[in-house]
Design a protein around this ligand. Structure first.
Ligand code: SF4
Length: 498
């Protein structure tokens, strides 16, 4: 989608068993995953004490002359890093600064640093419980909740595994977590449904082990991928070596299916496949499902770049020319949603140049990964028509989004989703397309290489893997259907009613 969604973040952590400085490895692991979060970045390393750097915006480029300063500031052989888009807490600058991860929490005896990818559904209840122990606790992001929860468990003299088990049992939602204890242990764990990705790997000589949201974080460091952390599993790296423990049984796997369509980098691997392979198959599926429309088309356009692989698949299947009729202004990287709605039209001009000679009088298939609100797609279609396109058919790889997400993607209410209110033909009318054609759910699932019950498809089917999310969704839907006013981030409020 052009109007980018806020994702729940990306994490990377590593442990050098030979004591080498870990910062460069964490730095590159985060740079490779900056697509998962643009608002802030942070590093924590450990060399007997915790060292931190936390700042807004993208992970910065480091000039050669500054490398030593960074190494001095962040010494140690253990480190964790995070990039973030806020999906909880405020979005003003002050709140964003407070919400930068990794988060550190401490008491006199215990200290822990945590980086987190996901979203907590029962955050209100957790907040209340944590405030009983830490009255002054200022909640700015879900990572802080997890961090405090861990701290409480560790304080009560539990070991790391029992503390993480308590988190897994009491926290509902999506959480792929990595962090460091005051003893310099590095840990990584995933919620019992495995909603967000988290993989582990190591350097060829097995001197360094790492955990990363996506496999590209390992690739950029030249590491081999070892395994995907299992839902409910804890991985620990310490002076004693490397250990894996299944703490809580996995009731049902539920990897976010939207990762395949939009979030993950195409060169990351999810399940047994590269994401680009799955997206190519999405394109071939669309070609087969809508062959009658494809037959009459002159060209395929992929907007935005996340649809490139699907465009290639569609081109392979149909033989239709995949045209590069739009060009990106290479150094304009701001995401459309950062600006005010009235600025969106200009933003698209700033980001994309459309080549009228290629479009004049043509029937165009525009392939997109998804339609969430539809407002930016509408602007793009207007522009294509203005530049001379005769017909514009939308091919969408992700099935129609009809329901909100409670697991870290900024689609919080039914009302904001064009697909919750309208059928494809109506959507076409609203956004000014000749037709809107979604990939079927069955084909989508088959292309991922996973089974239906191994994926979260909540925003498409309205069936959520975790019970409280389902309860909140049903309640919200009832209100929405009665025409009652919805408010943003309603799940944070609704989860206070348990
Ligand atoms: S509801 Fe949708 S976006 Fe959210 S985790 Fe599930 S599949 Fe992903």
């Amino acid at each position: 989608m052009l109007n980018s969604l806020r994702e729940a973040c990306g994490v990377f952590s590593a442990y050098d068993f030979e004591g080498g400085p870990i910062f460069p490895c964490i730095y590159w692991g985060l740079r490779a995953q900056n697509h998962r979060g643009h608002q802030s970045h942070g590093f924590v390393t450990f060399n007997g004490s915790f060292n931190t750097h936390r700042s807004l915006d993208l992970v910065p480029k480091i000039k050669r002359k500054d490398i030593q300063n960074w190494l001095n500031k962040l010494p140690g052989n253990v480190g964790v890093g995070s990039i973030r888009y806020t999906t909880s807490g405020g979005t003003d600058e002050e709140s964003l600064k407070k919400g930068i991860q990794p988060v550190l929490a401490e008491t006199e005896k215990v200290k822990v640093a945590v980086a987190f990818n996901g979203n907590i559904v029962n955050n209100s209840r957790l907040k209340r419980k944590i405030r009983e122990k830490f009255p002054g606790f200022s909640y700015e992001c879900d990572a802080e909740l997890i961090c405090r929860k861990l701290l409480i468990e560790l304080m009560e003299n539990h070991d790391l595994a029992s503390s993480v088990t308590a988190c897994m049992k009491e926290v509902e939602g999506a959480f792929s977590v990595t962090g460091i204890t005051q003893n310099g242990e590095l840990f990584a764990f995933k919620d019992p449904y495995g909603i967000r990705p988290l993989c582990c790997g190591h350097s060829i000589n097995r001197k360094i082990y790492a955990a990363s949201s996506e496999t590209v974080g390992l690739d950029i460091n030249g590491f081999e991928q070892g395994f995907e952390v299992e839902p409910g599993e804890l991985v620990i790296l310490s002076e004693d070596g490397f250990a894996r423990q299944q703490l809580v049984p996995c009731k049902r796997r539920a990897l976010c299916s939207f990762e395949f369509a939009y979030f993950a980098r195409p060169d990351s691997r999810l399940g047994n496949n590269y994401v680009y392979e799955v997206r190519e198959e999405f394109g071939r599926n669309l070609g087969r499902e809508y062959s009658e429309i494809a037959k009459k088309a002159d060209m395929i356009l992929s907007i935005p770049e996340t649809a490139n692989d699907a465009a290639y698949g569609l081109h392979e299947e149909t033989g239709i020319r995949w045209e590069r009729a739009t060009r990106r202004h290479r150094y304009v990287t701001e995401r459309a949603f950062i600006l005010l709605p009235r600025e969106r039209q200009t933003t698209i001009d700033r980001k994309i140049n459309i080549l009228d000679r290629k479009l004049r009088g043509k029937t165009v298939i525009v392939i997109e990964d998804s339609i969430v609100r539809g407002d930016t797609t509408k602007v793009v279609i207007q522009k294509l028509r203005k530049k001379g396109a005769k017909k514009v058919h939308m091919f969408i790889t992700f099935p129609r989004i009809t329901s909100p997400c409670f697991y870290g993607i900024a689609m919080a209410t039914y009302g904001e989703l064009i697909g919750s209110r309208h059928e494809p033909q109506e959507i076409a009318k609203i956004i000014g397309a000749d037709s809107v054609n979604y990939q079927s759910l069955n084909n989508f699932i088959e292309a991922t290489g996973l089974k239906k019950n191994e994926l979260c498809l909540g925003c498409v089917t309205g069936k959520y893997p975790t019970p409280l999310a389902q309860e909140i969704a049903d309640e919200m839907k009832e209100k929405f259907e009665k025409g009652e006013k919805e408010i943003g981030r309603i799940y944070e409020i609704a989860s206070g009613i348990e």
